[in-house]
Ligand binder design. Structure first.
Ligand SMILES: Nc1ncnc2c1ncn2[C@@H]1O[C@H](COP(=O)(O)OP(=O)(O)OP(=O)(O)O)[C@@H](O)[C@H]1O
Ligand SMILES: [Mg+2]
Length: 629
């Protein structure tokens, strides 16, 4: 890319060049022309003169990209990434304004960015972790300690740091919990890799070491995992409780854990050998008011809608439900039409005709024996009036998501035209009723045909509490689902990580060669979890780690971890701090993958037009703002 090309910084065009590398100067005198940009101001010359000796002191200046990188970061703006060939025609390789950051600079910059993000999120780990308050551009406030939410809300622009957002997202999608753990691990793996790279260990060697360590960690964790019965409600509750105990709603963790466990066990399908629990079937509805303890699990579907007409019954037993995706209105024609009415009689006939059409719609529905109509579209007031007269309950403008859930729950078919409506297409529920909650009304479709349909109605005194309760409940539902499906758990509190670290250190010796350095670093990185738990609990991490390592020498103590509430190293299994194996394995997998991916990058080329040069400002710096985290 740069044959016959010399890249120079502006300083090379000023008297400063005499201090530069002789190779570069000789190139310039051989007819290569340095292409600079806008003229330097006198002050800039002076700044350049002051700063250059410092940075050129340890940088070979015949490395053009290095010169380019340094001069951009420290001196003055350099516009060019072009060179001149033997002749005089400039070869433009990248568009003006594009930036390129290569080699160790790129690696350092990426690692630094990932590390900063990971350190930021580290303080939120565990039951005594802190929360973050995130204020969006529009002033919306989110207060949370949920890793996935924090990462989503950060307006990150550094490409490597963005990759950590992806880790959190994928961890959340796959297993629902352990997002903070995954991000911390990724940051720590990169940080340890940097230490090795500083000792001249090549990234590919580190990557190989990490991959071997990952495979071994997965194998060991599999062998350490405890098998539980998917119907062991007590253990499932403890799993949910551990997960929710790290969130702001920790005071209600046992209550919410019971709800989450009942919800998942109700939707789980154990008809085949492999148990499946689709938590999408669990509808979660937030309703402001009362407190968390008033959160309820409802058998059926709850809709944030009210009955459309005051004359309709508020309660229908043995409901036969028509699910409509059709407007119950007189539709306007798509083309402009003009009707000339010349007498009051004609007017009356016209209106009567409209009324007859709407009456027919109601009759059509009544013929199907439906006593409840739930529609995704609008319903005309006259139609509502006729429904009310016939004692049919109607609710309009439901969301398509709710319609789908209702279809599944009641066994009804969503029909797009009234012609398709028949007794067979109706759904069934034992009771449909409107319930007043605070100032609002909710529609409860209770005990549907499919008993697997459940809704959790979250209550809470403030918007922030409800939002955090929803996030915690999501984690709780996911971890119970994981255990129901896999039947494998491990103890938490950093115990599994400490045990893995011990085994990995032994494994490193077996691996031998330079790769063992990677495996050792992996072991140290994994230990960052108990370390962070101890730090966040205000304990001395060194003392805790010494004791933890000592305890884990004996395999009887394999579940010893950091008991954050009493500040000691104790058996976490006895304390019933338990987590799904799937969460731990996924966190290790996704963090290793992203760390290896970032380590493999040695060139960051950003086109002009981005908000900031990718890889941060050259020279290993961070984009503005990142360093402030
Ligand atoms: N009572 C406890 N004592 C010690 N450690 C605990 C306790 N409860 C949970 N932990 C530990 O806290 C860690 C989980 O913390 P947290 O829930 O904040 O992060 P995460 O699960 O990694 O991410 P997130 O929940 O944000 O997706 C796990 O290592 C878990 O073992
Ligand atoms: Mg968690």
């Amino acid at each position: 890319m740069i044959a016959n090309v010399v890249f120079v910084c502006f300083s090379c065009l000023c008297p400063l060049r005499y201090r530069l590398d002789p190779v570069l100067i000789s190139r310039l005198s051989q007819g290569y022309k340095a292409v600079g940009t806008r003229g330097l101001k006198f002050n800039e010359h002076r700044t350049a003169l002051r700063t250059v000796p410092a940075h050129h002191g340890h940088v070979p200046c015949h490395d053009p990209s290095r010169v380019l990188a340094l001069s951009r970061g420290r001196l003055i703006r350099l516009t060019v990434l072009i060179g001149l060939s033997e002749g005089t025609t400039p070869i433009y390789i990248l568009r003006e304004g594009s930036t390129r950051n290569r080699g160790q600079d790129a690696q350092r910059s990426n690692i630094m960015a990932a590390k900063i993000v990971s350190e930021t999120i580290r303080t939120t780990l565990g039951p005594l972790g802190m929360d973050k308050m995130l204020v969006s551009g529009t002033g919306d406030i989110v207060i949370t300690s949920d890793g996935a939410t924090i990462m989503k809300e950060f307006d990150i622009q550094h490409p490597a740091a963005k990759m950590l957002v992806e880790v959190a997202k994928s961890q959340d999608n796959e297993v629902g919990d352990g997002t903070t753990t995954a991000v911390i691990l990724a940051g720590e793996l990169l940080s340890k890799a940097q230490e090795l790279m500083d000792q001249d260990v090549h990234p590919t060697v580190i990557i190989d070491g990490y991959k071997k360590a990952l495979a071994e960690a997965l194998r060991i964790s599999d062998s350490l995992a405890i098998t539980v019965d998917p119907t062991d409600i007590k253990t499932l509750r403890q799993i949910a409780s551990t997960s929710m105990g790290t969130k702001a709603v920790a005071t209600s963790k046992d209550f919410l854990a019971t709800l989450a466990t009942s919800a998942v066990t109700q939707v789980m399908d154990n008809s085949s050998r492999k148990i499946k629990a689709d938590i999408e079937r669990i509808k979660v509805l937030k309703k402001h008011g009362e407190g968390i303890e008033q959160t309820e699990l409802v058998q059926g579907i709850v809709l944030d809608k009210e009955i459309a007409h005051p004359g309709m019954p508020k309660r229908v037993e043995k409901a036969r439900i028509a699910l409509l995706n059709a407007k119950l209105e007189i539709e306007k024609t798509e083309f402009d039409a003009k009707i000339t009415i010349e007498s009051p009689d004609q007017m009356k006939t016209f209106l009567d005709e409209e009324e007859t059409m709407m009456r027919q719609m109601v009759e059509r529905i009544a013929e199907s024996k439906a006593n409840v109509v739930l529609s995704e579209k609008g319903i005309d007031d006259i139609v509502l009036h006729f429904f009310a007269k016939r004692g049919i309950v109607a609710v309009k403008n439901l969301s398509s998501g709710d319609m789908e859930k209702l279809g599944r729950a009641t066994g009804g078919k969503i029909v797009a035209t009234l012609k398709d409506l028949s007794a067979e297409s109706l759904g069934e529920a034992k009771l449909v009723e409107e319930v007043k909650i605070g100032d609002d009304k909710l529609l409860y479709v209770r005990e549907c045909k499919d008993p697997k349909a459940v809704t959790i109605v979250i209550r809470g005194g403030s918007e922030h509490v409800i939002e955090e309760a929803e996030r915690s409940l999501h984690d709780g539902l996911c971890v119970v689902r994981n255990v129901v499906e896999d039947g494998k758990i491990v103890a938490g509190g950093g115990s599994i990580e400490a045990e893995l670290a011990k085994h990995l250190r032994d494994f490193a010796v077996k691996v031998g060669g330079r790769e063992q350095l990677g495996v050792q670093c992996f072991a140290e990185a994994v230990e960052s979890i108990p370390m962070a738990l101890a730090q966040n609990a205000g304990l001395d991490p060194i003392d805790i780690m010494i004791e933890l390592r000592m305890r884990h020498q004996d395999s009887v103590n394999k579940w010893f971890g950091v008991s954050v509430h009493n500040g000691k190293v104790t058996d976490m299994l006895k304390e019933r701090v338990v987590e799904p194996l799937r969460v731990k394995q996924q966190a290790i997998k996704s963090s290793t993958e992203v760390a290896c991916m970032i380590l493999r990058i040695d060139d960051v080329v950003s086109s002009k037009g981005g908000r900031e040069p990718a890889g941060g400002p050259p020279g290993g710096g961070m984009p503005p703002g990142m360093g402030m985290m």
